[in-house]
Ligand binder design. Sequence first.
Ligand code: NAD
Ligand code: DAU
Length: 348
Amino acid sequence: MKTLLITGGAGFIGSHLVRLLVNKYPEYRIVNMDVLTYAGNLANLKDIEDKENYEFVKCNICDYVAVQKVFTDYNVEGVIHLAAESHVDRSIKDPFSFAQTNVMGTLSLLQSAKLAWEGNYEGKLFYHVSTDEVYGSLGEEGFFLETTKYDPHSPYSASKASSDHFVRAFHDTYGLPVVISNCSNNYGSYQFPEKLIPLFINNIKHNKPLPVYGKGENVRDWLFVNDHARAIDLIFHKGKIGDTYNIGGFNEWKNIDLIKVMIKTVDRLLGREEGASEKLITYVTDRAGHDLRYAIDSTKLKEELGWEPSLQFEEGIEKTVNWYLENETWLENVTSGAYQKYYEEMYS
Ligand code: NAD
Ligand code: DAU
């Protein structure tokens, strides 16, 4: 049985990827390594936790000795690395934990893979999941290509850029078989409600103010999370070693327009008068270093590997709003306790 190690599998994107791989490849053993930070939640994987080809290991990727042991104990042959501190606003308040997890944690995994696989790289692969934010910010025109120069602005994107460089350095210096993808903003079920879409759905539902940063004119390129998971599966199996692939939805939205779509959808599904919740929109101080626009050109992925997003945005957002409204217990559990303190500190 081939063993794949997924890091950060209890998080938002990781849990969708683990579910896809466990169900699609019964011949693989999928080991989910996660330390369960505030963003990691085993409830995200309830439906597959008893599957025979799935195992969970609680481990911090920064604990180099423990990570090495996981590689030997499980005879890991492939890694898909998603574990990270992922929220830009938190990185502005606490950059150290981002450098620690995203840079040192990635290095600990790379070094462990190198030690475990050295002398026999055949059939091995270290896949690093990264972000479009490493490319910086676009003006009104243009797209990020795989060749766009790195220009990160937030501590989060600087730490992700640094981890990307380490991954390439391990390929160039030691020959470690690696592949990297840089994806745009994901949305869908199981996303922690610190990020725009689940946070705003939850606030609209509870008639709470909607804190729009600046003028709400920043643009993001939104991709349904299952389409990201499909792309990772494809790149892991068919991507070219040493290469980078951009993943994006060709689906740009100005924040304020997206927020109005969310308001309309939640109001309709809750039986409120259309647009009733627009009064909740509250313009607040802008995020420091706020990137204006992200837009991914994923032509390479389409032309080389045949990937395309499967879902139109209107369908995806409807599914997503429905999921958060229907999964009240999940939402209540993740917004109790420490979340309240975070929310007060961030938005009061
Ligand atoms: P998330 O914050 O929802 O989940 C991160 C997971 O990593 C959590 O389960 C957490 O417990 C785990 N983790 C954190 N620190 C760890 C450590 N030291 N050891 C072990 N596990 C640890 O993040 P996400 O949104 O699912 O993002 C996953 C990856 O995808 C990240 O690398 C992120 O940079 C990248 N990415 C995210 C997006 C997006 O829109 N969310 C887009 C592009 C790329
Ligand atoms: O582009 C990929 C990146 O997308 C990922 O690498 C990150 O992990 C992920 O968090 C996401 O980063 P963003 O900063 O773009 O996502 P976020 O949901 O935090 O914010 C989306 C936009 O909404 C951004 O322009 C800031 C704005 N915003 C966000 C919040 C939380 C608000 O106006 N108000 C808010 O309260």
